[in-house]
Design a protein around this ligand. Structure first.
Ligand code: HEC
Ligand code: HEC
Ligand code: HEC
Ligand code: HEC
Ligand code: HEC
Ligand code: HEC
Ligand code: HEC
Length: 365
């Protein structure tokens, strides 16, 4: 019954708005008749699949008619729904990779859903149309027409910064999986440190940055979460690497190498990190002890400490005196109270205290 009503409402809308819709849509790729020659009918059919607004296919595969493998695209061209020689990206191949957004979870997205989700019992989902508006998408702004959530956690009608898209599902969602954290909290500019996604970072002395990056630079979620193939279509669709990372990152402790922490080394000079330009004990920990960056740093931000220090990681326990704490003593100095792989730091201080303090070398770039 409900379906019948919604189909008739749709039909009315479709017939009534057909002449109006294109005008309000303007010159968008999906309304470009030189590419989609049959206009609305390139996508909508008189008898669509159940639970779709007259779409010929289930919503998880529908977009692959034009953004999929060449066999699918060829078929769409033969049917007359896409102009011959129109170049589209193969996004289907991205969603066949081992780590990807779960677009196959259809039937959960609701037309007027409120994000972040407030009901913890609602299953999680991420359809193409959660991130790209089926009618309004443009080449310049792939999030055109999509609602978002800003850094204060407030809903916004249009997305001005990419993270406002991600925060819809990765911040204050009541159904956030237990192994995930609230990214709006971690990136909050009131934290002692954060990667500069919302605003430039708090440290104006990040020696390792590769040009053109500086302490004033901003980065995006998709600078780290993206296609592992730099030549393939952009976007956090799928990757060969865990967490949909664009480059490899080994979270677990083990031998150091350019591939192990490839993601970090894309922006932070490996030579700078391993030659202890900032933290005097980087090389000892990373190369000699085989400690992953993740054991000490959070890739997103830290609500407690400066320098993205995160002691809430699997190998770290309180020190012999029961303390678990990092203290920034300023000017590349600090101390840690913790136990890591059986090594008690109660505290461990850096830079290591030189017998004659005046002979302590002053580090300059
Ligand atoms: C590129 C494919 C495509 C084209 C071209 C297209 N649509 Fe859609 N349309 C969709 C998809 C996908 C949905 C389903 C969105 C959802 O499930 O929320 C949809 C949904 C709709 C709806 C339901 C309400 C809404 O906006 O979500 C209406 C009405 C509609 N389309 C009308 C039109 C009209 C009129 C045209 C021509 C001007 C058109 N469409 C062109 C893909 C398309
Ligand atoms: C009938 C063919 C067709 C269908 C179906 C279709 N698209 Fe498109 N889409 C195109 C064409 C053609 C373009 C413009 C060419 C291009 O840049 O890829 C385009 C452009 C886009 C773009 C902008 C990419 C860019 O670089 O310009 C996005 C994002 C997009 N489509 C997403 C979707 C999503 C999501 C769906 C499913 C809801 C969908 N499309 C369904 C044909 C289609
Ligand atoms: C409509 C909801 C939605 C939006 C918007 C969204 N995601 Fe997701 N994302 C999900 C779901 C659902 C998963 C599957 C795991 C889960 O339930 O969180 C996921 C998984 C991920 C994962 C892998 C997590 C893991 O444990 O392997 C990453 C990384 C990710 N998303 C990043 C992003 C980024 C970056 C953006 C913004 C560009 C974004 N997401 C936007 C819903 C969303
Ligand atoms: C500097 C690189 C970097 C940036 C920028 C970044 N991430 Fe991540 N992200 C990572 C790494 C590395 C991991 C895996 C290690 C971990 O979970 O701590 C990860 C894990 C995740 C996960 C899965 C596990 C978890 O912690 O929840 C999600 C979801 C995620 N990121 C979303 C986002 C969103 C959303 C943004 C932007 C607001 C973002 N990331 C920005 C590097 C980054
Ligand atoms: C896309 C580029 C990019 C990637 C990838 C990246 N970073 Fe950064 N990182 C930056 C920028 C830019 C800053 C400077 C922020 C500032 O000035 O406070 C920074 C700063 C830092 C800081 C210093 C923060 C502070 O407040 O002292 C640490 C620690 C750090 N990054 C660790 C990492 C680790 C670990 C990885 C890999 C998981 C990584 N970064 C990957 C761009 C990146
Ligand atoms: C979790 C959010 C999310 C989902 C789900 C998602 N995309 Fe994207 N997509 C993005 C983002 C973010 C970009 C990159 C925008 C940028 O780099 O400007 C992108 C880029 C694209 C592009 C342009 C690629 C390029 O190189 O320019 C196309 C086409 C596209 N997406 C289609 C799809 C289709 C089809 C689906 C479903 C099968 C889909 N997307 C699912 C977030 C998403
Ligand atoms: C044993 C813990 C530990 C490990 C492991 C570690 N770091 Fe650090 N890192 C620190 C501390 C402590 C600081 C702050 C030094 C200071 O007081 O300025 C720091 C500072 C930094 C900075 C900011 C200063 C600079 O040099 O630009 C970056 C970037 C950084 N680390 C990246 C990394 C990367 C990448 C890895 C893995 C390859 C890594 N760290 C591994 C503890 C660690």
């Amino acid at each position: 019954m409900f379906r019948l009503i919604s189909i008739s409402v749709f039909l009315i809308l479709f017939i009534a708005y057909s002449p109006v819709y294109p005008k309000s849509l303007g010159e968008k790729p999906h309304t470009d008749k030189s590419k989609l020659p049959r206009g609305c009918a390139s996508c909508h059919r008189g008898h669509g699949r159940p639970n779709t607004p007259m779409l010929p296919e289930r919503k998880d595969v529908f977009c692959f008619r034009c953004h999929g493998h060449s066999v699918n695209v060829e078929r769409t061209i033969k049917r007359g729904d896409l102009s011959p020689n129109t170049k589209t990206d193969n996004i289907q191949a991205e969603f066949e990779k081992p780590y990807r957004h779960p677009i196959e979870k259809i039937g959960i997205h609701r037309f007027s859903e409120t994000m972040p989700e407030r009901d913890p019992s609602i299953p999680r989902h991420a359809e193409c149309i959660d991130c790209h508006h089926h009618h309004y998408v443009t080449k310049e702004n792939k999030m055109e027409g999509i609602k978002g959530v800003n850094r204060e956690g407030v809903k916004v009608d249009g997305i001005s910064f990419e993270y406002e898209l991600c925060f819809k599902c990765h911040s204050y969602s009541a159904n956030l999986p237990a192994n995930q954290t609230n990214k709006a909290e971690l990136f909050s500019i009131s934290n002692p440190s954060y990667h500069p996604v919302e605003a430039p970072g708090k440290n104006n002395d990040v020696w390792s940055l590769s040009p053109p990056l500086t302490s004033l630079s901003l980065i995006k979620c998709t600078d780290c979460h993206n296609n592992d193939n730099p030549l393939g279509p952009k976007g956090p669709h799928g990757s060969a690497y865990r967490y949909i990372l664009s480059k490899n990152f080994t979270e677990t402790d083990g031998p150091e190498g350019p591939f192990q922490y490839e993601l970090c080394y894309a922006c932070h000079r490996r030579s700078g990190i391993l030659s202890d330009e900032s933290f005097q004990l980087h090389n000892l920990h990373i190369s000699a002890e085989g400690t992953s960056c993740r054991t000490c740093h959070n890739p997103h931000g830290s609500t407690k400490y400066t320098h993205l220090i995160d002691l809430d990681t699997t190998s770290i326990r309180p020190s012999s005196s029961g303390r678990l704490e990092f203290m920034d003593l300023g000017n590349k100095a600090g101390q840690c109270f913790l136990t890591c792989h059986g090594k008690d730091h109660n505290p461990a201080v850096y830079p290591a205290v030189s017998p004659i303090p005046s002979l302590q070398p002053t580090r300059r770039r």
